[in-house]
Design a protein around this ligand. Sequence first.
Ligand code: ZN
Length: 130
Amino acid sequence: MEFTIKSREREEIINLTEEIEKIVGENADENSQACLVYVPHATCAIIVNENYDKAVCEDILTYLKKQIPEGIWKHDCIDNNADAHIKASIIGPGQIVPIEKERLQLGRWQNIALAEFDGPRKRKIIIKIL
Ligand code: ZN
């Protein structure tokens, strides 16, 4: 299964939990063990973290921005988004969340989200129920 979303900012964290829970609810069965969430892109990533307090998302983006500044890398000569590639590589393109009784086993404060580092762009989210 897959769906697409459109990011609006260069950097932002977009909560995908509701959409993924819906897909899991419709497609998981008693044998389902886990859900893989994957983005086939080089400048965004998937995170599992808190979305309730928006400051957490802002802090994550601020931390990465401080550690990995824009415009100082070799690849910036080609398309000026090397920082986005580095951030996406560090976090990774996917997450696996356990499934129990056809439901995602997310903690009380966990959400699944897209971390956009080079938007605005259209992003494909691939979901595999394992
Ligand atoms: Zn690039």
